[in-house]
Design a protein around this ligand. Structure first.
Ligand code: SAH
Length: 193
């Protein structure tokens, strides 16, 4: 049972990369006009990367930390697969909508457009919504308390270090247009937060 959850997680991560790769390639060709990548943001990125891939991979390869293992349950794997699948769908939809405006960090690109359609009509940060869903999926699929927690905390660090700065940057660039957009949307959970 435990191995099934792990296999689903690995498949999910592979699918994640298949969705992201073309955007990483394209991002290299679109010029950046306003670069707000900071040390804080790099720490956040490293924290998310550690919690959502490095640490779980170490766990899969070595079994560490074994003391935190608990018996895998079928319902948790089914739910985990559904949540991870939903995360990938939101992830893909937001990449498509953001298109050439996408960046791994905080940057404004040449001819940057304010995107407010598709998933961006509901929340300002659907891609971050998808990361939280992925972290919940990870917690459900890998039956280990530490691995589950590290993923959620790892992404939360990136999110809370970044979100105010990102909205500030968008306000600086798009002014009243982003202000109005903020007034009609929530951050990551539609109608809630
Ligand atoms: N926070 C968004 C986007 C993440 S990608 C989300 O979770 O979906 C990060 C880059 O997206 C930032 O560098 C910023 O330039 C850009 N960005 C964020 N919101 C945007 C929007 N509504 N329209 C266009 N670009 C946006």
């Amino acid at each position: 049972m435990q191995a099934i959850g792990q296999a689903v997680w690995v498949l999910g991560i592979v699918a994640w990369y298949v969705i992201r790769y073309p955007f990483e390639r394209r991002a290299r060709r679109v010029r950046v006009v306003n670069d707000q990548r900071s040390l804080t943001d790099k720490i956040g990125l490293a924290s998310a990367l550690f919690g959502m891939s490095v640490f779980p991979v170490i766990y899969l390869l070595t079994g560490f930390p074994k003391f935190a293992d608990y018996p895998a349950k079928a319902w948790a794997i089914v739910l985990g697969a559904l949540v991870f699948g939903l995360a990938l769908w939101v992830f893909r939809r937001s990449h498509k909508e953001l298109g050439r405006n996408w960046s791994i960090s905080l940057e404004i690109r040449e001819e940057h457009n304010l995107v407010s359609g598709g998933p961006y009509a509901l929340v300002r940060h659907p891609m971050y919504t998808s990361f939280f869903l992925m972290a919940v999926g990870q917690a459900l699929l890998l039956s280990n308390w530490v691995v589950g927690l590290v993923g959620l905390v790892g992404f939360a660090v990136l999110f809370f270090l970044r979100v105010d700065k990102e909205e500030h940057m968008m306000l600086e660039v798009f002014g009243p247009q982003y202000q109005a957009y903020m007034e009609r949307t929530k951050r990551i959970i539609p109608y809630v937060y």
